[in-house]
Design a protein around this ligand. Structure first.
Ligand SMILES: Cc1cc2nc3c(=O)[nH]c(=O)nc-3n(C[C@H](O)[C@H](O)[C@H](O)COP(=O)(O)OP(=O)(O)OC[C@H]3O[C@@H](n4cnc5c(N)ncnc54)[C@H](O)[C@@H]3O)c2cc1C
Length: 735
């Protein structure tokens, strides 16, 4: 390793509130200056204090924010930089001081390098420089890690393709790979085999089979999807899903899926909200479970290797290309490094960052989007969160009912004729949507219910009534068996009385930005299923998410099968700079005896999101939410975390993912000053045609999350023709 000059070294740190622990490890005696460019101004202050304690002569530059001028004043000669501080401003200040060596994380490092070109080290040399500073490495800056402990042991697994996530999307992509002869594939999940969130999907999966309505076809399916997505969807991806689905549904049938059938033995299809025809195939009201069982059976037939209970905590990437992933075995606590040049990220969505949600509590915390974002991929459309109209509204003080709060009452209840009433017995959808009634789009029904409740026509438990008792008991038990059973266990007979419902967070339409094959802008990194963005736009049609999992699972599998040529090798410096320091960080976190309880932070974050980025949003509430989030982020540096195999450790890791997803939702919602689909701004209630653009979220490393916008593509002629035909569901067909 080349030695770097002893003088004029600036350490540029971007990280979270745990960054002071980096400072402790750095050889600051050799640094002229420390620039604390964290997202969290309070953390910047802490970094400066720590740096001064270790090296009193060091020059400190910090961004102001939650720290007051007085607090910064405690630090002798601190340069207080404006809130807008970015790498440029820092470079200007430092160049005046002839600082020559810059050590920082990759994107903004370039800006600094250009600005300080004279005598500045290259990016690679900067990495070497980092090593000089006692392994103060690039990856650690972003995660707030401590210096790498090279004695940490881990298992290394070399594999051609790593599929992270074993729900429908991950399983389906691995099946295509195996069918095409790529047997060097490993699928992993953070739960047991067959136990993924997909099992909770209830009402059905869309595909234009035309069982009952022969006039249905893929182009009308695509048109309905674009209409529902308020034309923010990527038309190409929508078309891919709509075209693929009839085949994907039939192939599931061949593999043994237990579809509900018509009297003629055909795959039955039911009405689902805002779809022009009966297009939703189903297996009672346990479609996801039946589908995943089928996919798992097929994967086992093909002998696809699966590893249970492994949690991935970081992808190994230089921002341009992916080289592998690291995580830990949740049973043994042992660290694992997967060496691979091809990763399919199918790790679910982010709807559980809200306190009322339909997801399992330990899933959909944003792992997928946050892992990709951290690796250098862009996120898209994160502000669009679908609030399902019918989550269970319960008496939260009753221990029997409380665990069911927010849980899904499937759309199939309305699809089979369920009606909504307010506490005054009025079928209020007649006022909001006289044609489509209860089967209007989810955003419309959710807002209608929210309005009824806000205006005092809700039930005592803060909901409205959903009633399907006009159907006979046999019909309900056959078409909605799990719903019937659940309420029956709680002492409510759906065949004779209504149930109480209120909106609940259900699905994040946003996710990772990908191309037509599911590949991100980081080479070798693919994202599919609920982790990806683009198919649903501003709002999702019920039944389209399961469709997306298998459609893109197959597309991505095909694409990768053509490209894979062995595992490749993780470059040594990435092991040194990213993997080992990251393991050290995890170790440090596991033994941390901090002030804040992990689960309390999770709850606070979820409440924050409900309060500040819920169904109805406005500028001041969103900005206040960002501020609260920033304060909460600071507390994460001081959490009381259990051992690596404990639940609290898993949630402590998840909090990092949740913070990324939450920040993107808040930032996107604040930037999008219009209302569209699931995003409703009370201060901008109209849809603005100028906003037919996607918001992209990128990690600018120094300076934090950066947003950009991009225009949406145009539909193909076939889909445009279907749009022009103006198909629409008429609810009254059901009555
Ligand atoms: C209650 C409910 C009902 C629904 N009903 C329907 C419906 O009727 N129709 C429909 O189309 N959609 C429905 N949806 C949506 C649909 O279920 C999901 O979008 C879909 O199942 C997502 O599948 P997936 O494969 O992308 O992810 P998931 O099934 O969520 O699988 C994610 C996988 O990633 C793994 N994982 C996550 N993080 C990590 C990590 N850090 N390390 C390692 N592994 C990780 C998990 O263990 C899991 O194996 C419903 C959703 C809910 C919540």
């Amino acid at each position: 390793m080349e030695e770097i000059a002893d003088e004029h070294v600036a350490v540029v740190i971007r990280g979270d509130a745990t960054a002071p622990s980096i400072v402790e490890q750095a050889d600051l005696e050799r640094a002229d200056a420390i620039v604390a460019l964290t997202d969290e101004p309070g953390a910047s202050l802490a970094i400066c204090r720590e740096a001064k304690r270790i090296a009193p002569g060091i020059r400190t530059l910090a961004r102001t924010g939650t720290g007051t001028e007085n607090e910064y004043g405690e630090i002798a000669d601190a340069t207080i930089l404006p809130q807008e501080l970015n790498a440029n401003t820092a470079a200007d200040i430092l160049s005046g001081d002839e600082v020559r060596t810059i050590i920082g994380s990759h994107h903004d490092l370039e800006i600094l390098e250009v600005k300080l070109a004279d005598g500045c080290l290259s990016r690679t040399r900067a990495r070497e420089g980092l090593k000089c500073l006692k392994h103060l490495l690039i990856g650690m800056e972003k995660t707030g890690a401590v210096a790498a402990d090279s004695s940490i042991e881990y298992d290394q697994i070399d594999i051609s393709v790593l599929v992270i996530g074993a729900g429908a999307a991950g399983a389906r992509s691995a099946i295509t790979l195996a069918e095409q002869g790529i047997d060097d594939v490993l699928v992993l999940g953070k739960r047991g085999h067959g136990d993924a969130h997909t099992t909770w999907a209830r009402g059905g999966i869309n595909g234009a089979l035309g069982t009952h309505d022969p006039e249905d076809n893929w182009a009308v399916h695509a048109a309905d999807t674009l209409n529902e997505g308020h034309f923010l969807n990527d038309p190409e991806k929508v078309e891919t899903v709509a075209k693929q689905m009839p085949d994907r549904l039939r192939e599931l049938d061949e593999w043994g899926m237990e579809y509900s059938r018509t009297d003629d033995g055909e795959i039955d299809q039911r009405f689902f909200g805002a779809q022009s025809f009966r297009r939703t195939a189903f297996a009672g009201d346990h479609t996801g479970e039946s589908m995943l069982n089928t996919l798992v059976d097929r994967a086992q037939e093909l002998e696809i290797p699966y590893r249970e209970n492994v949690m991935i905590t970081k992808l190994l990437s230089d921002g341009e290309q992916v080289y592998g992933a690291v995580g830990f075995d949740m049973d043994s606590g042992r660290f694992v490094l997967f060496n691979t040049g091809s990763i399919v990220l199918a790790a679910g969505g982010y709807a559980a960052i809200y306190n009322r949600h339909t997801s399992r509590d330990d899933e959909n915390n944003g792992d997928g989007p946050a892992l990709a974002y951290d690796a250098g991929a862009s996120l898209m459309d994160m502000e669009f969160v679908q609030f399902h109209p019918t989550g269970m509204a319960v008496d939260d003080t009753d221990p029997e009912w409380e665990p069911w709060s927010g849980r899904l009452v499937t759309e199939a209840v309305r699809g089979e004729g369920g009606r909504l009433y307010n506490s005054e017995g009025e079928r209020f959808m007649e006022r909001y949507s006289p044609d489509q009634m209860e089967l209007d789009a989810r955003d419309v029904v959710a807002r209608a219910i929210a309005q009824e409740i806000t205006e005092g026509r809700g039930t005592d438990n803060g909901g409205v009534y959903l009633d399907i008792s006009h159907r006979d008991a046999e019909f309900i038990q056959e078409r909605l068996p799990r719903m019937y059973e659940r309420f029956d266990d709680l002492g409510v007979d759906m065949a004779t009385e209504p149930v109480e419902v209120a909106p609940t967070s259900h699905y994040g339409m946003g996710g990772v930005a990908v191309d037509e094959y599911g590949e991100t802008d980081v080479e070798g990194l693919f994202a599919i299923g609920e982790t990806m963005a683009g198919v649903h736009g501003a709002n999702r049609l019920g039944g389209n998410s399961l469709a997306e999992t298998v459609a893109f699972g197959a597309v991505t599998g095909d694409r990768l099968a053509d490209r894979v040529d062995g595992p490749g090798e993780v470059p040594a410096d990435l092991v040194d700079e990213l993997a080992e320091p990251h393991f050290t960080t995890l170790n440090a976190m596991a033994s941390r005896e901090g002030t804040y309880d992990v689960m309390e932070i999770v709850t606070e974050l979820q409440e924050l999101m409900w309060d500040h980025a819920g169904i109805l949003r406005d500028e001041s509430t969103l900005q206040a939410g960002l501020k609260r989030l920033s304060e909460l982020r600071e507390q994460t540096a001081d959490m009381d975390v259990g051992s690596i195999t404990s639940d609290s450790f898993e949630f402590a890791v998840d909090i990092g993912f949740m913070l990324t997803a939450a920040e993107a939702v808040l930032r996107g919602a604040a930037e999008r000053d219009e209302s569209r689909g699931a995003h409703y701004r009370t201060d901008f209630p109209e849809t603005d045609p100028e906003w037919q653009r996607n918001i992209l979220f990128e990690d600018s490393d120094i300076g934090g999350m950066r947003t950009d916008t991009a225009p949406v593509g145009t539909p193909s002629d076939a889909v445009q023709a279907a749009l022009d035909e103006g198909h629409e569901l008429d609810y009254h067909q059901l009555e």
